[in-house]
Design a binder for this molecule. Sequence first.
Ligand SMILES: C[S@@+](CC[C@H](N)C(=O)[O-])C[C@H]1O[C@@H](n2cnc3c(N)ncnc32)[C@H](O)[C@@H]1O
Length: 285
Amino acid sequence: MRIDAWLAGASGRLREAGRDSPRLEARILLGLATGLDAPGVLVHGAENLAPAAEAKAEALLARRLQGEPMAYIAGFREFYGRDFAVFPGVLIPRPETELVVETALESDLPDQTRFADLCAGSGCIGLTLALERPGWQGVLVEKEEDALEASRLNRGRLGAGNAEVLAGDVFALDLPARCFDLVTANPPYVAESERALVMPEVLAFEPFRALFSAQEGLAHVKAVARAASRILKDGGTLVLEHGFRQAVGVAEILADLGFSKIIAKKDLAGLDRVTRGVYKCPRCC
Ligand SMILES: C[S@@+](CC[C@H](N)C(=O)[O-])C[C@H]1O[C@@H](n2cnc3c(N)ncnc32)[C@H](O)[C@@H]1O
């Protein structure tokens, strides 16, 4: 079959399946099967597909038609200008999470900041901070095996030698007290009562434990904030992502734990997505 004929057929099937960008997805899938890039796929349109490449493209198309996210099929997702390896069992980095990175980078922090990124997943937040600030030292903490593997893989691929990846649980965090200038986190924060609002593709393919949290979605946020109030130095900064309806609740949790200068930051859609607070230690001199 000619390349342009395969692309036309695949685009039509993706369109019928309700995909938003059927032609682009068809080109990416064919690119993955043939090793050509997206412009190359178009330039070679009049050529015939080798049978093995066509079989591979059909297999990739079948996965996409069943709703599997493009990031799992491609094996990576771009975040803050870098490709992060992802696979089933690992949450796909979201564009709104870049706001956590931006907020941390614009905070008033020392040149040799020590930071901890909790609930690290693919490592997109912690490794980006380490790569953007080579003078910083970071630890990434994650509980689930698949996500730990992704963080470690990405650390090596991206060469973030100033970041360490540790297995750990935010409900029982084993990091030294008063050692960190910055804590970042994008914890699970979807409430079970909001399940119907989550896209079916996300529910079907992405890990439940990366998405849902007890106590109306705030159990992990509380654990992160409690842990941060123990490991942050006096005057240290916490930056965390949360649901767009949770900013008030998050601010109350932070204030109760002794954080001040609490501000919510809006994402590109104008929704309160990220909160920053500064920890004022009551017993530090
Ligand atoms: C919303 S995802 C965020 C992943 C990544 N930071 C990102 O922004 O794409 C939450 C992550 O927290 C991890 N997680 C869930 N419960 C945890 C716990 N108790 N302790 C540490 N990590 C946990 C999940 O495995 C998942 O990787």
